[in-house]
Design a binder for this molecule. Structure first.
Ligand code: ASP
Ligand code: MG
Length: 582
């Protein structure tokens, strides 16, 4: 006998017939001898309709009343699902978030779950009842017991949090797709359902997977080692298993940590290699990284920022043990590419902050940059992914950098844990089709500059996606400068320009270059960590399709390339095929 939490999304309970079908599945699970807790979303598009209703009444609905309104959607479904279960002869009871004792912060509309008392539920379960819980809602832990909601898509979070609090054997997310796919099936019909994916990969594929499984739910599963499966409500296919590194010992009174960052990572055994002034045309990155792969040199970070004129700078890091081998090779490739200059710095460190809490929240990267700047530590390179920001600094600064970062985020230094590395090096490919790119040219190369710029953006509440600071340095009138580029929502560009204006003047930066139409393609997989040649294969796929790579940023388990917006879909298709993901 197992304790199973099953979550059914809005489409799965969208009509009376579907509710009956869901009830049958629940009763069947219970008849197999399992204890079942069910979490449901509001029927179909109910939440959207409620939002529309509020807008019809006022332009500025108070957040508290919005929660009062939106939480009713789930209350309708739990009652109906419970009735349907009982009509099949199975005892069941519906409970609101408050009745279950799902305690949250008092933040209306985006509350995080603080605590769930398992005893209230266990009492019903032990009496042989299926418990049907309203997703997406809770009550504030303050004396007023205010009704709160968790934010759109929050029922997944409710389900995984309940599974964590109950120590459930399994949490099943039933939805209208067969599981997590290798890529977007509307763009690549050959996309395939994955048998398994790790939580880290899932988070890095945020733009691909977030609609299927909310990132906050993935974070809880990862932190508590909840066995999690995403599968279809219409079939009996097994779906996709979402794997966590294993149970961690986090006190269960803090289900959703309010921390933005989980930990600080450091690797002070790196060598930085930069090829400067290579031609800005398809095939250059492919040539370089193919040569490294052939020599079996494992590349860690790869960074290419915006071109200057018709040339690019590409920088990468490798482990210090490869210094003797990478040096002649870099020079050889530079010659083959028509005389690029090579810079090698044998003593750099990579410091990173990691955490799912930074997804969609402005200000995390700027806090990191400012902390380093205040400590007088200069940032040479920056590369970001969904759940990580990495900076390359000089190796002797590493211990101090770790100290100030741990202090400013209130976390400790952790070993990098990319999880298991079995199977294919690349698990999925994602496309973010509509982004704009902004580049600030000639930012003074001194501690604190990046912090000031990104703080200004964060204060204007502008979410920045990818941040890249490349190797290129320019010396004008004895002053050393670097370019910093980032991507953001197209519609945020004017606000970003406005927010940056005063800082650009104080820092005496160069011009800002905007590219309004850019697409980001990314490959994700924990298996690429120890496997040379994965990035090379990606770059080759793009070169073969004659697609120019405009910028590159990486994390341990992700490589992202910016390409022209008109080439995004083609890039996605070629990459999916190149890695034989179909
Ligand atoms: N009903 C809520 C929404 O539509 C929560 C959920 O379905 O997960 O966002
Ligand atoms: Mg959902």
């Amino acid at each position: 006998m197992a304790l199973i939490v099953q979550k059914y999304g809005g489409t799965s309970v969208g009509t009376p017939e579907r509710i009956q079908a869901v009830a049958e599945r629940i009763v069947q699970t219970s008849q197999e001898g399992h204890q079942v807790v069910v979490v449901v979303s509001a029927m179909g598009k109910t939440t959207d309709s409620l939002v529309a209703l509020s807008k019809a009444v006022t332009d500025t609905p108070p957040r508290r009343e919005m929660d009062m309104l939106l939480s009713t959607g789930e209350q309708v479904s739990i009652a109906l699902v419970s009735m349907a279960i009982q009509s099949l002869g199975q005892p069941a009871v519906s409970l609101t978030g408050g009745q279950v004792g799902i305690l949250t912060e008092a933040e209306h509309g985006r509350a995080r779950i603080l605590h769930i008392d398992p005893n209230r539920l266990m009492h019903h379960i032990k009496a042989g009842r299926v418990v049907v819980v309203a997703g997406f809602q809770g009550v504030s832990s303050s004396r007023d017991l205010e009704i709160t909601t968790l934010g759109r898509g929050g029922s997944d979070t409710s389900a995984v949090a309940l599974a964590a609090a109950l120590g459930a054997d399994l949490c099943e997310i039933y939805t209208d797709v067969p599981g997590i796919l290798t890529t977007d099936p509307r763009l690549v019909p050959e996309a395939r359902v994955l048998n398994a994916i790790t939580c880290e990969e899932m988070l890095e594929l945020a733009s691909l997977g977030a609609k299927v499984l909310h990132p906050r739910a993935v974070e809880i599963a990862r932190n508590f080692g909840v066995p999690l499966v995403v599968r279809s409500s219409w079939t009996d296919e097994p779906g996709t298993e979402v794997r966590s590194p294993g149970p961690r010992t986090i006190p269960r009174q803090d289900i959703e940590m309010s921390r933005l960052v989980d930990g600080v990572e450091v690797d002070d055994q790196q060598v930085k290699v930069a090829l400067r002034h290579v031609a800005d045309r398809p095939g250059v990155a492919a040539h370089l990284f193919r040569a490294l792969a052939k020599a079996n040199i494992n590349v860690d970070l790869i960074i290419q920022s915006i071109h200057a004129g018709n040339t690019n700078d590409i920088a990468f890091t490798v482990h210090r043990r490869d210094l003797a081998r990478v040096t002649p090779l870099a020079h050889q490739v530079a010659t083959e590419l028509g005389g690029a200059e090579v810079d090698i710095d044998p003593q750099v460190a990579k410091v990173s902050i990691v955490g799912a809490g930074m997804i969609g929240r402005p200000g995390v990267a700027s806090t990191m940059f400012s902390a380093l700047g205040d400590a007088g530590i200069n940032i040479q390179l920056i590369s970001t992914s969904e759940i990580k920001v990495s900076c390359i600094i000089i190796a002797p600064d590493a211990p101090r950098a770790v100290g100030v970062l741990c202090q400013s985020f209130g976390v400790s230094c952790v070993a990098s844990t990319p999880g298991e590395t079995d199977g294919a090096p690349v698990r999925g490919v994602a496309l973010d089709p509509r982004q704009a790119q902004m580049a600030i040219l000639q930012v003074p190369d001194r501690p604190g500059a990046a912090g000031r710029l990104f703080l200004a953006l964060a204060q204007a509440r502008i979410s920045v996606d990818m941040i890249i600071q490349s190797q290129r340095t320019t010396v004008t009138a004895g002053r050393v400068t670097r370019d910093i580029a980032f991507t953001l929502h197209e519609e945020d560009v004017p606000a970003a320009q406005q927010a940056l204006e005063p800082v650009l003047q104080t820092l005496d930066c160069g011009p800002v270059v905007v590219n309004p139409s850019i697409a980001k393609v990314s490959i994700v997989g924990t298996g690429m960590v120890e496997k040379p040649g994965v990035a090379a294969q990606l770059f080759e796929a793009l070169a073969a399709a004659d697609i120019n790579i405009q910028m590159i940023a990486t994390s341990e388990i992700k490589v992202s390339c910016l390409v022209g917006a008109d080439r995004g879909v083609a890039a996605l298709q070629h990459i999916h095929q190149a890695f034989a993901l179909e």
